[in-house]
Ligand binder design. Structure first.
Ligand code: HEM
Length: 215
């Protein structure tokens, strides 16, 4: 269940990144993309509910797994040396918790637009669409906010370094020859996701992307 729900969330992370990268194509692209998403109406709410169920289930089954693991060995090891478990795999709970805190902040920032009230004062664009483009640019001009995003993306990357390859193992889709390759491709994939996401706040801070309206 952790692997299956993780896979669904991974699908979202890829899709969301591709959607967000449209900021580099200009306001028209990303604003109409956001408008199309909103036009989905009830379907959008269904997808949101489905994602939420996946997040809750992912956390619930992780906790259950951890409890089962502890019960399987009630006495602590006298000496603990890690042979195979990577840093990322041992701190999945920590990277997961920070990503969760990030998602809560992120929803308040860009979906509910309450974390930075200035963003709620932005006008609609010329085609009466929500100006998501300028909202992102003004949002990331705040260095502290951008730094938090970069930190959260880094931890998401760590989480995916392990998660993006270990679901193959959990679902039994690996063997001796595939496993080392999967671990490597999992890392490459996680870094690509990281680079893709952080390129947005960095481009804003470097002044490469300018807002489409004054604030
Ligand atoms: C630079 C990084 C990111 C940017 C620029 C970004 C941008 C946005 C924007 C603009 C929205 C609001 C869309 C709208 O209401 O029109 C949004 C919503 C959302 N983002 Fe992100 N995002 C980023 C990273 C992430 C990451 C890493 C995750 C998850 C791990 C995530 C999860 C979400 C979720 C769950 C929503 C709510 C979707 C909905 O309302 O249906 N975002 N994001």
């Amino acid at each position: 269940m952790v692997a299956v729900t993780g896979l669904v969330l991974l699908g979202f992370v890829i899709g969301h990144l591709l959607g967000n990268l449209q900021i580099f194509l200009g306001p028209d692209w990303i604003n109409s993309y956001a408008e199309h998403l909103r036009d989905l109406g009830p379907l959008l709410w269904f997808v949101r509910a489905f994602l939420l169920v996946n997040v809750v289930a992912h956390i619930y089954y992780t906790i259950r797994l951890t409890i089962d693991n502890r019960r399987a060995r009630p006495n602590a090891y006298a000496q603990k040396d890690y042979v195979k478990a990577s840093f990322a795999s041992r701190y999945m709970w920590l990277s997961g918790l920070v990503v969760l805190a990030f998602i809560i902040y992120h929803l308040a920032h860009f979906t509910l637009v309450v974390a930075d009230p200035r963003l709620a004062t932005l006008k609609l664009d010329a085609l009466q669409r929500h100006d998501v483009y300028s909202m992102m640019v003004y949002g990331f001009r705040n260095v502290i906010v951008s730094a938090f995003y970069v930190l959260a993306m880094f931890l998401l990357m760590l989480h995916l370094t392990h998660g993006a390859s270990s679901f193959f193992q959990s679902l039994g889709w690996n063997d001796k020859t595939m496993t080392p390759h999967l671990a490597r491709w999992g890392r490459v994939f996680a870094w690509l996701i990281f680079i893709g996401y952080v390129s947005i706040p960095l481009a804003v801070l470097l002044g490469l992307v300018q807002p489409a309206q004054p604030l």
